[in-house]
Design a protein around this ligand. Structure first.
Ligand code: URA
Length: 277
């Protein structure tokens, strides 16, 4: 696969630590199995003020909503029929698991509702919980840079637009790993977001996103190293899914950024094929 990169995209890749003068894309046969992304707890918290400077203004952040009257959670069948605003309201008032007790804000997602790309992360961290927007810490800065290298942005419109959401809409205290029960309770929300957005490609970042999206299509997905799930095209509800490393993992393991770039290029190829069809 050849790469046509303009100066700005090259600069972005350099910033990500991906060398643009060398062979950018390892052949799939060269990709090692490496451990899936480690717990999010290692992701350095960034003070909200610092983040506000580092992160580009999106202009598309939904205003933080006043807490709605609490309800445990609508039955999955009801969620499957909700429109976007009703779904967002349902998430804002959700009490389906214990995370509602410690959250400051629910984190529904950010980006254009007509986005053709859907990025799925794991769960909000401290900054996301405070700001009500996904990926606003250091990992978010890296994610934004990776997306920008493809000409994409959470503030983008049309072909540039992405939507960013998480498996969990509430922060696990202390950034601990999501519990199976929490993933189970939150799953209908992401499923409905996918149905309403109808993206042309989903990028699943990290092992929790991969496990949640591929649990019905990949046998024993929880036992698969992330490295074995990437480099191929999966499906979720009829939408192609590309698995890649979580940006927090890439911050700790910069030598894998080239593989993450290969994953982005795989997803971009799917998008280009879908557009040409
Ligand atoms: N990590 C995630 O997986 N999601 C966020 O929103 C922030 C950090």
């Amino acid at each position: 696969m050849s790469l046509q990169l303009d100066t700005r995209q090259r600069a972005m890749l350099e910033e990500m630590g991906v060398r643009v003068w060398g062979p950018l894309l390892p052949s799939m046969g060269e990709l090692d199995d490496v451990p899936a992304s480690p717990p999010r707890g290692g992701e350095a918290a960034v003070p909200a003020a610092a983040v506000a400077v580092a992160r580009p203004a999106t202009g598309v952040v939904a205003p933080l909503r006043a807490p709605a009257p609490a309800v445990a959670r609508a039955p999955a069948g009801d969620i499957a029929g909700m429109d976007w605003d009703t779904l967002e309201q349902a998430v804002a008032s959700c009490q389906a698991c214990g995370l509602c007790k410690s959250r400051k804000n629910t984190v529904f997602g950010v980006g254009g509702q007509r986005a053709r790309w859907l990025i799925v992360g794991e769960a909000p961290g401290e900054n996301e919980d405070l700001q009500g927007e996904p990926f606003v810490g250091q990992a978010g800065v890296l994610l934004d840079n990776m997306l920008q290298a493809l000409g994409l942005s959470r503030a983008g419109e049309g072909a540039q637009a992405v939507y960013i959401a998480n498996v969990l809409k509430c922060r696990p205290p202390g950034n601990r790993n999501p519990q199976p029960e929490e993933v189970l309770q939150c799953e209908p929300y992401l499923r409905r977001q996918v149905a309403l957005l109808q993206p042309q490609v989903i990028l699943a970042l990290g092992r929790f996103a991969a496990q949640s999206l591929l649990q019905h299509s990949v046998a024993d997905v929880a036992a698969q190293p992330l490295g074995r799930l990437r480099g191929q095209v999966h499906q979720y509800e009829g939408v192609p899914v590309v698995v890649s490393y979580h940006p927090a993992y890439l911050l700790r393991t910069p030598q894998d950024k080239a593989k993450a770039w290969a994953d982005l290029c795989l997803a971009r190829g799917l998008m280009q094929a879908a557009s040409a069809a």
